[in-house]
Structures are given as structure tokens and as C-alpha cells.
Design a protein around this ligand. Structure first.
Ligand SMILES: [Zn+2]
Length: 225
């Protein structure tokens, strides 16, 4: 006998975020062949005492290497610009598994997604890093904290500012919510993609390193030689 979920998928077909193929019942957001494809880009190593700018963290872990025009590239684009919350969640689960493999899950007390401004949140409906963090917390049992590390609204449009000015602006965009006291001391900061590391560095600059041990994880990192 057909199940209710079969009828639902008949009327609301779901398509793969990586290749647009029609998903079958057991697949969620990403089809199984895209998952196999993703496997090829798994990051094998974590980086101990990794440095962002001049700031050292305990460890930096990325689930995947980001290759231009790859399936992952497409999925992350859909997450960021097409409200693909489900894929963000699934990538978060994958990142969580990676953290667990590396046996870091027992150390992490709190997961902190890189924040976006309230203005941007309104426009985009959700913060992709937060969805990734939520997926991850299904694998490693640490709470997700979104009310401590915050991002300011841009004071003015950056469209016409120079690259240098933009970089300077980014530096001052994060702050800690003074009304919130964080009990946990071992933190995992989550971002979707790490490219130059400038965003993570800006976040780290507002956190007191004597007080917290900090781990960083991203779904993808761009390869640098
Ligand atoms: Zn696919």
C-alpha cells in the first residue's frame, strides 16, 4: 500500500541540490550519487595550532576541499543564495561526523556559528552557518549558541567602498553580547566556507583567548598552494 509520504513526494517533488535530479524517498536534499561525488573532496587532515592572521586556535577542521564548479560548490551556492536550509543541515551532519572521527567531539562544549547581521538575516531568512551548526549538534552533543558572538549591521552600503575599506569594515563588524555570559570554555566556531580566513580572524579578535580554547570548523575550504 502506498504511504502518505509517497503521495507527498508525488505532489511536491524534491530535487537534488547538487544536480537537480529528482530525489527518491530515502534521499534528503542531496542525491546519493552527489554524496559519492562529495566523498572525493573529503579533507583528510585537521590542522593543529592553526593560525588565522596572527591568532592561534587549537585546531582547524574542514569537512571538504572546495573545487570550483564542483557539486559542493553548487550546493553551497544554493545554501547561501537560494534558502536551501535542508542541504545546510545535511552538510552540518557531515561536518559533525568529521569532528567525531577526529575525536574532538568530547572536547567541544559549545558550537558558535559565524553570525550575520540582523539586516542580512531578514533578507536571507536564515544564517547558513547556524543551520550547519544545528545539523552538527545532531552528531556532537553540544548546544548551539547564537546570542553571544554577534555581527553589527553595516552602517552604509559597501558597494562603493574600496577593497581596503571593506577589509577594514569587516574587522570591526563583530562584537560580544555583553548581556550574555558564556559558561562554556571550549568553543567550536563554525563557518560555511573558509577562503582567506579573514572572517574567522575578525571573530577571534573579539574573543579573549586566555579565557577560552577555540576550535574552528568549516564545511569547505578553498585550496591554497
Ligand atoms: Zn545529485
Amino acid at each position: 500500500m502506498p504511504m502518505l509520504s509517497d503521495f507527498i513526494s508525488l505532489f511536491f517533488p524534491q530535487y537534488c541540490s547538487g544536480c537537480n535530479a529528482l530525489l527518491i524517498q530515502s534521499e534528503k536534499a542531496i542525491c546519493s550519487s552527489c554524496f559519492i561525488e562529495l566523498d572525493r573532496f573529503k579533507c583528510q587532515t585537521a590542522k593543529n595550532k592553526f593560525v588565522f592572521g596572527r591568532i592561534e586556535v587549537e585546531e582547524y577542521v574542514s569537512a571538504f576541499d572546495l573545487i570550483k564548479d564542483s557539486v559542493l560548490h553548487k550546493i553551497l551556492h544554493n545554501v547561501k543564495y537560494r534558502n536551501d536550509k535542508k542541504s545546510a543541515n545535511i552538510l552540518g551532519i557531515e561536518l559533525g561526523k568529521r569532528i567525531k572521527q577526529l575525536k574532538l567531539h568530547n572536547k567541544i562544549e559549545c558550537i558558535i556559528p559565524v553570525p550575520i547581521s540582523k539586516k542580512k538575516l531578514k533578507r536571507r531568512k536564515f544564517n547558513q552557518s547556524e543551520e550547519i551548526a544545528k545539523g552538527m549538534s545532531q552528531i556532537i552533543t553540544a548546544p548551539v549558541e547564537t546570542n553571544w558572538l554577534m555581527r553589527k549591521n553595516n552602517l552604509k552600503s559597501q558597494t562603493f567602498s574600496s577593497r581596503l575599506q571593506r577589509a577594514a569594515n569587516v574587522k570591526e563588524e563583530y562584537y560580544l553580547n555583553k548581556k550574555k555570559t558564556l559558561q562554556q570554555k571550549c568553543l567550536l566556531i563554525i563557518d560555511d566556507i573558509v577562503t582567506t580566513g579573514a572572517t574567522i580572524q575578525s571573530c577571534l579578535e573579539v574573543i579573549n583567548k586566555d579565557e577560552y580554547s577555540i576550535y574552528i570548523a568549516s564545511v569547505a575550504k578553498t585550496q591554497k598552494d
